[in-house]
Design a protein around this ligand. Structure first.
Ligand SMILES: *Cc1c(COP(=O)(O)O)cnc(C)c1O
Length: 358
């Protein structure tokens, strides 16, 4: 390995986190959400790690599902957005995938389809997200229609929370009430809970949880340590110091000189940049660990490098730098970049050397 930029994926941590999710409602089932390449952790590696214990997996689209089937994953796989074109139904049938139905066009396509075997359908209700799903008025008719189709083997009712990670938001209560009211006389299994609801909202556990971000060791409750304490961070992004210089007060660092030294400053240049997935939006002062010691970003992140403060630290060329992971939570770094752990995880690019543990 030459350039030291490395992302380390700890699959044992992900297995631990899946068990934490399951333990919230041991009698119910949980789909491990592995869309977007398992939030950047490697969908095939994660699915292989979990295949003996996961009740199923959830992905965004058929391309992501087929990648898992081709890797030999036999568990149920749910397409969270269903299919985009009717010709996907052949592969959905052939590979025994489960599909969301969120609109009339998908429902009509199933009704017209000549399938070799009937489908497992998750019928989505829009309880307030206003992104996907049937409106409450149309939901029951869609349910009855699907129930009567020979192309449908089983139905599961689902919806998605807008704000379950915010205990102060009244939206969660409203969404739950709408879900219960609209689906009252639809006798089928249900699924509502994302990570936040899985961890804190037993009334939303229903039959299937859909944990995503917690599998990767980041709590959806950014400011609250309680959930985080149960999780193990699965992705650690590291690199090394490749150059060191001593600057005098008044000297500026990096593009556009957005950091000007107020005191004599020892600056380390690190092989990590926005083309690796470290956000360019990271502000001066964003925390980093240098040889395990807390330090901070100085100046603007460039494409391939960034600068950190080494003043007073035991550090030099070759010192290791952690940007987030086992010892520095992505949830602590994300607000410095005006974002959330989800985008940090999914943003790592293929230039970064990948190391998989467990
Ligand atoms: C991504 C997604 C999830 C998982 O959300 P987390 O916040 O990562 O737990 C669950 N359900 C649906 C429909 C999703 O799109």
């Amino acid at each position: 390995m030459a350039r030291p930029a490395t992302v380390t994926i700890d699959l044992d941590a992900i297995a631990h986190n899946y068990r934490v999710a399951k333990s919230q409602a041991p009698a119910r089932k949980a789909l491990a959400v592995v869309k977007a390449n398992a939030y950047g952790h490697g969908a095939i590696d994660v699915a292989r790690k979990l295949e003996t214990e996961a009740d199923g997996f959830a992905v965004a689209c058929i391309e992501e599902a087929l990648e898992l089937r081709e890797a030999g994953i036999r568990n149920p796989i749910l397409l969270l957005e269903g299919f985009f074109q009717a010709d996907e139904l052949a592969d959905i049938g052939r590979h025994d995938l489960w599909t969301v139905v969120h609109n009339q066009a998908q429902l009509d396509a199933i009704a017209r389809a000549d399938l070799s075997a009937p489908l497992n359908v998750w019928l989505k209700l829009d309880t307030g997200m206003h992104r996907l799903g049937f409106a409450p008025d149309a939901y029951r008719a869609a349910y009855r229609r699907l129930k009567a189709l020979p192309q449908v083997r089983s139905l599961t009712l689902m919806s998605h929370f807008t704000s379950a990670e915010d205990p102060a938001s009244p939206a969660t209560r409203h969404q739950l009430e709408r879900f219960e009211r609209v689906s009252r006389d639809c006798p089928s299994p249900r699924s509502f809970a994302n990570s936040a609801a899985t961890m804190t909202l037993p009334e939303a556990h229903h039959d299937w949880q859909r944990p995503g971000i917690i599998l990767y060791g980041a709590s959806p409750f950014v400011a609250d340590p309680e959930v985080q304490a149960q999780l193990k961070p699965a992705m650690t992004l590291t690199s090394e110091v490749i150059a060191v210089r001593e600057l005098r007060p008044g000297e500026a660092i990096g593009y556009n000189g957005t950091w000007v030294c107020e005191a004599p400053t020892r600056v380390g240049t690190v092989a990590m940049g926005y083309a690796d997935g470290y956000p360019r939006q990271a502000r001066n002062g964003t925390p980093v660990l240098v040889n395990g010691q807390r330090s901070r970003l100085l100046g603007r992140v460039s494409m391939d490098m960034l600068m950190v403060d080494l003043t007073g630290l035991e550090a030099g060329v070759g010192s290791s730098v952690e940007f987030w992971g086992r010892n520095l939570l992505a949830n602590e770094v994300a607000p410095w970049c005006d974002t959330i752990a989800y985008t940090l995880f999914t943003g790592i690019t293929r230039r970064v050397h990948r190391r998989v543990l467990g």
